[in-house]
Design a protein around this ligand. Structure first.
Ligand SMILES: Cc1cc2nc3c(=O)[nH]c(=O)nc-3n(C[C@H](O)[C@H](O)[C@H](O)COP(=O)(O)OP(=O)(O)OC[C@H]3O[C@@H](n4cnc5c(N)ncnc54)[C@H](O)[C@@H]3O)c2cc1C
Length: 498
């Protein structure tokens, strides 16, 4: 995703991977709404949605019975163009992205392994081992370490990865099955044993099951099979498995790197943060990291942005990673703890509580925004400023449906800075946009904009990744716009004129 976005913005990239081929076992299944919104900016959302299965409701089971059903669409439809969780297996997803990258002229070089790297004052120097054993020296202005939990980039930078490892082993199984959980929705099965089960739809009578296997002996993890899975929780959820197409197991950790940037090198995805798969957040967070960094790096390599903008990558992404790891850790502890009290909370308290919370309007919106990652904001960043209506600098630009098939996210496909005005722009704003070569998109004021929290005649400077940089209303919005660019070292070229 990082390479695709950088390539779109004209930055030259080289991608190496030590694996001889893209992953063939699936891990991530859930693609969240915020990821799809960002994909839409890159022209990827429509083909991804077409290949996946939108799950529009989550069901919570306990004691062998469905205890609650949470419909995502009624809440999500006013918040995002993607009011669901898309089930799209990571192996297919990676193949799709790699093909898009190849079509854009960037081949992933395989198997090419980064063995070590060092930081020179003006460049990074990396040693890459090819499949024939030869070692090549590669020099580049920046290195993005998207190299997973055992990141060599992280180790070369001597960045710590504090946290721990869960004693449970996760499994993912691709199955043909029948039963009430195979109805095209997502099912979370809580049990009074320390086993749990997630069922994801994959089409008629086909699904992916994610659960845990008890295994303390690390040497046995790779050899575990379907027969090692406890059948009790499956039986209680009435899942009748007819065929297992494939089965894989994973040892899961909860860790956050102590820094996401050292000089000219960055850590993204699992190289920077890993946690339990409960909640379907890991891959989505990595994609969010990539997009946060991509436009900043592209701006710096093309001389449009002062390099200090790169400080905002860690500033914006590490607080979210820390919160995410802490919250998924708590959720995982609750679903797998052995104590009688935890079991009682899990099957007795949690299902009705979650269902009730989802029936309270504002809480429902909060839960949807949290799981879908729409709620991620960068209010504390040095790139974020001001407030207009309920929208602060650093918030994701709220989505506003304008009419059939049109919305305020359409212009974000330029992947460039832009100004949005909801109402009428003053002549000063029009002039300031022209001075800074900024496209100014004017949207009619109406109930949809109001409900989204935007201010009438509010002025929103929107970053290339769809987050609000500056929110302002009133007379001095134009002056603030000028100061914003001057103080952040951001220059916009003539071609951005709208
Ligand atoms: C059971 C399970 C279920 C999950 N479900 C979900 C879900 O539903 N939703 C979700 O968002 N996330 C989920 N996740 C998490 C998700 O799979 C990961 O967060 C995601 O794969 C991380 O992607 P990544 O690119 O950062 O790292 P990886 O996928 O680990 O990729 C790292 C890449 O770097 C390459 N590499 C490593 N070292 C080197 C080197 N020295 N030189 C060159 N190349 C190197 C590797 O070959 C690999 O291709 C799940 C995880 C598990 C285990």
């Amino acid at each position: 995703v990082l390479a695709l976005w950088l390539n779109r913005l004209g930055a030259r990239v080289r991608v190496v991977d030590k694996a001889p081929e893209p992953g063939t076992t699936s891990r991530a299944l859930a693609v969240q709404a915020r990821t799809l919104e960002l994909y839409r900016q890159m022209g990827l959302a429509a083909p991804v949605v077409e290949q996946g299965v939108p799950a529009r409701a989550l069901n919570i089971w306990a004691k062998g019975e469905p205890k609650g059903r949470i419909e995502l669409e009624p809440t999500g439809k006013d918040v995002s163009p993607f009011p669901y969780v898309l089930v799209y297996p990571q192996d297919a997803h990676e193949k799709f992205l790699t093909a898009r990258l190849a079509a854009a002229g960037v081949a992933v070089e395989r198997p090419v392994e980064l063995v070590e790297m060092r930081d020179e004052p003006d460049r990074m120097v990396a040693h890459l081992r090819r499949h024939d054993g030869s070692v090549e020296t590669c020099e580049a202005p920046f290195v993005a370490g998207c190299d997973g939990a055992r990141s060599v980039v992280r180790e070369s930078l001597r960045v710590g990865f504090p946290g721990g490892t869960y004693s449970h082993v996760f499994y993912v199984a691709d199955v043909e099955a029948t039963g009430p959980t195979m109805n095209g929705e997502v099912h979370i099965v809580l049990d009074d044993t320390s086993n749990f089960l997630l069922c994801f739809p994959m089409g008629s009578n086909r699904g992916r099951l994610v659960g845990t296997v008890h295994e303390t002996d690390d040497s046995r993890v790779a050899t575990l099979g379907w027969n090692d899975v406890s059948q009790g929780v499956l039986e209680r959820a009435r899942v009748r498995v007819d065929k297992v197409h494939w089965f894989s197991t994973y040892r899961v950790h909860h860790r956050v790197a102590s820094a996401f940037r050292v000089g000219r090198a960055f850590l993204l995805g699992d190289a920077g943060h890993i946690h339990s798969p409960v909640g379907g957040q890991g891959m989505n967070t990595g994609i969010g990291d990539a997009i946060n960094l991509a436009w900043k790096l592209a701006g710096v390599t093309r001389g449009r942005h002062d390099p200090r903008i790169l400080d905002s990558y860690e500033e914006e992404r590490i607080p979210f990673a820390r919160r995410l790891v802490a919250s998924t850790d708590r959720a995982f502890e609750l679903v797998t703890a052995d104590s009688p009290l935890a079991a009682a909370i899990r099957v007795g308290v949690a299902p009705p509580l979650l269902t009730t919370l989802f029936h309270v309007g504002p809480l429902r919106k909060f839960l949807f925004e949290t799981v879908s990652q729409i709620g991620i904001h960068y209010r504390g960043s040095h790139l974020s400023e001001g407030q207009a209506g309920a929208v602060h600098g650093g918030d994701r630009l709220p989505w506003v449906r304008l009419g059939v098939g049109t919305d305020n996210f359409d212009p974000l496909q330029s992947l460039d800075w832009q100004v949005h005005v909801y109402g009428a722009p003053t002549s000063d704003i029009t002039k300031a946009c022209s001075t800074h070569h900024l496209p100014c998109h004017v949207f009619e004021w109406g109930p949809a904009a109001k409900n989204a929290g935007l201010a009438h005649d509010g002025v929103y400077l929107v970053r290339p990744d769809g987050y609000v940089a500056l929110a302002s209303e009133g007379e001095d919005a134009a002056r603030k716009l000028g100061i914003y660019f001057a103080t952040r070292g951001i220059r916009l070229p003539e071609r951005a004129k709208g």
